[in-house]
Design a protein around this ligand. Structure first.
Ligand code: BTN
Length: 298
């Protein structure tokens, strides 16, 4: 990967300036710096490898060179949308997750789900994580940085015993889906894949604040109808419920054992599937968010 190749592959996409790094700490940090300095809408930062990649809730996100896609896109927020941002913040995360789902399904025939709020799963394993961050100038929202990390090749995927949520790559998923892979695709070009994801983000962006956006997201939601346990991090608050769907603000809607409907917002929670309302958790922990405990890409 290099800047010339990147610019050639992305030539038809209406992006702002493209920044490429062989190695960088975090593309999100660089994009935030550029946004603060006035970078235009759809400025793109891409890195072949990250040395200090960041995940949600202070987790680390490792990007080994030449194994993954790691990029950040600056979305300038129109003045009329700024006042609604807190209500719609989670949608920005979903915009990227949905784009990755669509790119994987439409071009590679892979079935995907979104583990609320931000993880893309293929075959029940995490293939992509999204970190969206707001960039403020004083109390004025300037831009949202969409940070996307996709495990493309298996060499960059941590082993199951290193993580508490199993991960996979596009490469491995194509091998696993060989029999159902009618398109017969078994290789992946990272730049073409990046182009496909960016086209999906830009194409869906006009729907971001519409009610249908939530319905589209909901159709991809993992664990619908199943029992999950949600822990609010930093608090001793554990709730169990059956996943019903999503609220308009992107909160997860659940039903408890008494049939009462309640919602959980995305900040600082972990979620895992359980067998039923009073049973023990099944197999692995399923986390949507996690305090930094040294684990990576989970
Ligand atoms: C998560 O699952 O916790 C989110 C991971 C997001 C990782 C991406 S890689 C590109 C961008 N730069 C970062 O530092 N983080 C995001």
């Amino acid at each position: 990967m290099d800047l010339i190749e990147l610019k050639r592959t992305l030539a038809e996409i209406p992006l702002g300036r493209i920044h490429y790094f062989d190695r960088i700490g975090s593309t999100n940090s660089e994009a935030a710096r550029l946004a603060e300095a006035g970078a235009s809408d759809l400025t793109l930062v891409v890195a072949d490898g990250q040395t200090a990649g960041r995940g949600r809730a202070g987790k680390r996100w490792t990007t080994l060179p030449s194994t993954a896609l790691a990029f950040s896109l600056v979305l300038r927020v129109p003045a009329e949308d700024r006042a609604h941002y807190s209500q719609f913040a989670t949608r920005y995360t979903a915009l990227s997750a949905l784009a990755v789902c669509d790119a994987l399904e439409q071009n590679y025939g892979l079935g995907t789900h979104i583990k609320w709020p931000n993880d893309v799963l293929v075959g029940g394993r995490k293939i992509c994580g999204v970190l969206s961050e707001a960039s403020w100038l004083g109390d004025r929202l300037q831009a949202v940085i969409l940070g996307v990390g996709v495990n493309v090749f298996q060499g960059g995927v941590p082993h199951d015993d290193e993580v508490d949520y199993p991960a996979t790559s596009v490469e491995q998923s194509l091998i696993d889906s060989r029999e159902s892979n009618i398109a017969g695709i078994n290789t992946i070009d990272r730049l073409v894949f990046l182009k496909e994801i960016l086209s999906q983000i830009i194409g869906r962006r006009p729907q971001l604040l519409k009610p249908e956006f939530i319905r589209t997201w909901e159709q991809r939601l993992a664990y619908r109808g199943r029992w999950v346990e949600i822990v609010t991090l930093g608090r001793d608050n554990v709730v169990r419920g059956q996943v019903l769907g999503l609220e308009q603000d992107g909160s997860l809607q659940l039903k408890d054992a008494d049939g009462k409907i309640f919602k959980v917002s995305s900040g600082g929670v972990s979620l895992r599937e359980v067998e039923n309302q009073d049973d023990r958790p099944i197999s692995h922990t399923i986390k949507t968010d996690q305090v930094n405990d040294g684990q990576q890409n989970t």
